[in-house]
Structure formats: structure tokens, C-alpha cells
Ligand binder design. Structure first.
Ligand code: FAD
Length: 386
């Protein structure tokens, strides 16, 4: 490793990918300044992000294994060994993921995983996380960042360094790259939004549905899914069009909401005691596919994770893909080339894969949304990899 490889770098965004990336960079000898817009979720009550829990699969676990974190993470994971389909009427249908229980994906709390990765990053002794630091611009000549300190309200310049943009799907670093003449890209909002609801734990912390399954209520133009939480609860996600006869816009009164759930998801409704309160108080999330290039400005700045390639969640692969970014970047760093070469190779290796998974996620969603027929069959394909 050359001495140039050990310089101080800046990572923007201490989400899942930025925190893991910082660990990889620290292991390569770098000192890392990690700037995060939100307060520290380990000491303040902070919305952990877009979903309460998520599925981590082989790609993501592999990335954790490389830095010695897989075993601890798995202690907080719930294996999901198959899909449990909840038809509108009749018996549940269980579809195992593989021939035996070894083939499964894992439900994990996003907030726990993010906090765990931040703590592991700090434990390297080479990563300093500064919270309430919102990056608003980057000078691609020097790597200097314009940072707004949300604690004091003051704006300042952060010294010029190599910058990694891991600031998510609405990335400020990508927005700066988009202003350059060579940048070409698209952002497509899905016509559906999502809302998270909770099935609480039963008496004594018991799971009120099958614990080791990803639960799905496929209904053609909309659907409900549920993943188990460590505490015995389930986090449900309702995917629904923004507008139309059955949509977030149409479900505008408690009576309409209750009638809708009663007709479409009667078993779930019976397990969500505060349905009306949570539905109308929790935010409705949007989903976007982000494609664009280049992901880097020379050897000065590089995008990773959702900042580079946000995808809709119907394959459950967004974070897993971002974690794989860290593995690939680390392998390239190990070859000892300069930053620009590393960034160029990274984009060449990752962009085709990221575009492919983005398309597959939307295609499956469109098929589920537009087709008619047996929703159990239609949606099976859409969730094949979830
Ligand atoms: P983020 O998680 O968005 O983190 C970005 C960080 O940057 C945040 O901490 C943010 O506060 C910070 N930040 C933003 N702007 C700035 C700024 N200007 N300055 C400083 N800091 C900033 N993926 C899976 O693999 N499996 C799943 O099961 C799964 N389920 C999902 C379910 C839903 C409903 C959704 C919406 C997504 C799901 N995903 C899933 C995708 C996954 O959430 C993302 O791919 C993942 O969060 C990307 O991580 P990231 O670190 O790149 O971005």
C-alpha cells in the first residue's frame, strides 16, 4: 500500500453504506472524517431512515464477514426461511426459499445495524463521526466541502480531501456531480408510496404469526408485507398507489381505512390494534430509481450505495448492493492503484450490475401492478428474491 493510500478522507453520510465503508477505509490505513446530517441515533431519538427493518442476504453478510462483523450481526437477525402468502380468502400458503433451512434471508433492524456499524467504525480508532453536519456542496477541484452545522446554524468549509458520497438517494454530492456537463442520469419516482405499520408482540413477547417467514398479502395493484422484529413484533409495509380508486389519496378517513383493511387484510387488521392512529400519523414514503454516470469526479470524489444507484425495494437488495460496493472498492484499493484509476475501475465493475438490479426490481413491480389474474401467482415472481 502506498503512503498516498493512507491519507485522511471524508465520507459524507453515516448511513448503512457510509458506516461500513468507513470501516473498510480505516482497515486500509486511512483516517476517516465521517459527516452525518442527523443527530447520533445511539443517544438521541432519531428516525432510523426509510424502513424499520430490512432483509440482509448473502451479499450483505459477505461484506460484514470481510470486516469481522457477520457473527455479531447474525445474533440480531431472524432467519426467514420462506414466504408466507396470505390470500384474500382461505388457507395461508408457505413457499420455502430452498430445499432446507440453510437457504434463508435475514430480517434485521435497520436502526440496530446502523448503530452497530457506527460503533464498529469508531472502534477502529481511525473514524471520527460528526453529527448534525449537513453537506450542501463540494468543490471537485480541491475536494473542499460546504457544510452546514445544524447544531449551531453556521456554515463552513471542510478541508479539501478525497470525498466519498454515501448520502443516500437524494445525495447532495450527486446533485453537485449532476451540474457537471459530462453527467447524464435519470431519477424515476414510483407511482406507489409505502407506509409502515406494526403488529405488536403478543403476551410474553410471542410472535403473533410465523416468526421465520416473510409474510406477503399480494393483491395485484397493492400489497402488504411483514418482516419479524427481534422484539416479537412485525413491521408491516403497505405499498399502495399515490392516486386512484385504491390509493393513499382515497384512504382519507378512518372509516375508509378500516373498511379497506377489513376487506383486504382481515387477519392483519386483527393484529394491528392502533391501525388508524399509526396510518394517519406516520409518514408515507416514496421510492425512486436513480441512474446516472459518471459516479466519480476524477480521483477526487466517488458515489457509493443509494447515492450512486438507489433502487425500488422489491428485490430487497438496495443495502445489500451498497455493501457489495464496499467489498469491490476495498479489493481495488488492495491493488495499490491511484484514486482515479480505482474510481474508474469501480464504476466499470459496479454500474452494469447496479443498473441490472434496478431494472429487475422495477420490472417485477410493474408486472405485479399491471397484470390481472391470480395475485398469488403474479406476486410470487415479484418477490422471488425478497
Ligand atoms: P441511506 O441509508 O439513505 O443513508 C444515507 C445517510 O446519509 C443517512 O444517514 C443520511 O442522514 C445521510 N445524509 C443524507 N444527506 C446528507 C448530507 N447532505 N450531508 C450529510 N449526511 C447526509 N435494502 C435491502 O438490502 N434489503 C431490504 O430489505 C430493503 N428494504 C427496504 C425497504 C424500503 C421500504 C426501502 C425504501 C428501502 C429498502 N432497502 C432495502 C434499500 C435500503 O434501504 C437502501 O439501499 C440503503 O439504506 C442504502 O444505504 P445508504 O447508506 O446508501 O443510504
Amino acid at each position: 500500500m502506498s503512503e498516498a493510500r493512507k491519507d485522511t478522507v471524508t465520507v459524507v453520510g453515516a448511513g448503512l453504506v457510509g458506516s461500513l465503508l468507513s470501516i473498510y477505509l480505516a482497515r486500509r490505513g486511512h483516517t476517516v472524517e465521517l459527516l452525518e446530517r442527523r443527530p447520533d441515533m445511539r443517544s438521541e431519538l432519531v428516525d432510523a431512515g426509510r424502513s424499520i427493518n430490512l432483509a440482509i442476504s448473502t451479499r450483505g453478510l459477505h461484506a460484514l464477514r470481510q470486516v469481522g462483523l457477520e457473527d455479531e450481526a447474525l445474533k440480531h437477525a431472524i432467519p426467514m426461511r420462506g414466504r408466507m402468502i396470505h390470500p384474500p380468502q382461505g388457507e395461508l400458503v408457505y413457499q420455502p426459499y430452498g430445499k432446507d433451512d440453510s437457504q434463508h434471508i435475514n430480517a434485521m433492524s435497520r436502526g440496530w445495524l446502523n448503530a452497530f456499524l457506527m460503533t464498529a467504525a469508531e472502534a477502529t480508532g481511525k473514524v471520527r463521526i460528526r453529527f448534525k453536519q449537513r453537506v450542501t456542496d463540494v468543490d471537485f477541484g480541491s475536494g473542499a466541502l460546504t457544510v452546514h452545522d445544524d447544531a449551531t446554524g453556521a456554515a463552513r468549509q471542510e478541508p479539501g480531501r478525497v470525498v466519498f458520497g454515501t448520502d443516500g438517494s437524494a445525495s447532495a454530492i450527486r446533485q453537485a456531480l449532476e451540474k457537471r456537463p459530462d453527467f447524464q442520469g435519470t431519477q424515476e419516482q414510483l407511482g406507489h408510496g409505502y407506509k409502515e405499520l406494526t403488529i405488536p408482540a403478543g403476551p410474553g413477547g410471542a410472535f403473533q404469526m410465523e416468526k421465520h417467514a416473510l409474510h406477503i398479502w399480494p393483491r395485484g395493484t397493492f400489497m402488504l408485507i411483514a418482516l419479524p422484529d427481534e422484539e416479537g413484533s412485525f413491521t408491516c409495509t403497505l405499498f399502495l398507489p399515490w392516486q386512484g380508486p385504491v390509493s393513499f389519496a382515497s384512504l382519507d378517513t378512518p372509516a375508509k381505512l378500516e373498511a379497506f383493511f377489513g376487506a383486504q387484510f382481515p387477519d392483519a387488521k386483527a393484529l394491528i390494534p392502533d391501525l388508524v392512529e399509526t396510518f394517519f400519523s406516520r409518514p408515507t414514503g416514496s421510492m425512486v430509481t436513480v441512474k446516472g454516470a459518471p459516479w466519480h469526479a476524477g480521483g477526487q470524489t466517488l458515489l457509493l450505495g443509494d447515492a450512486a444507484h438507489a433502487i425500488v425495494p422489491f428485490f430487497g437488495q438496495g443495502m445489500n448492493c451498497g455493501f457489495e460496493d464496499c467489498v469491490v472498492l476495498d479489493q481495488l484499493l488492495g491493488q495499490g492503484a491511484g484514486w482515479e484509476q480505482v474510481f474508474t475501475d469501480f464504476e466499470r465493475l459496479r454500474k452494469t450490475n447496479a443498473d441490472a438490479i434496478a431494472d429487475m426490481a422495477v420490472e417485477n413491480f410493474v408486472e405485479m401492478r399491471d397484470s390481472t389474474g391470480d395475485p398469488r401467482f403474479l406476486f410470487r415472481k415479484a418477490v422471488e428474491k425478497v
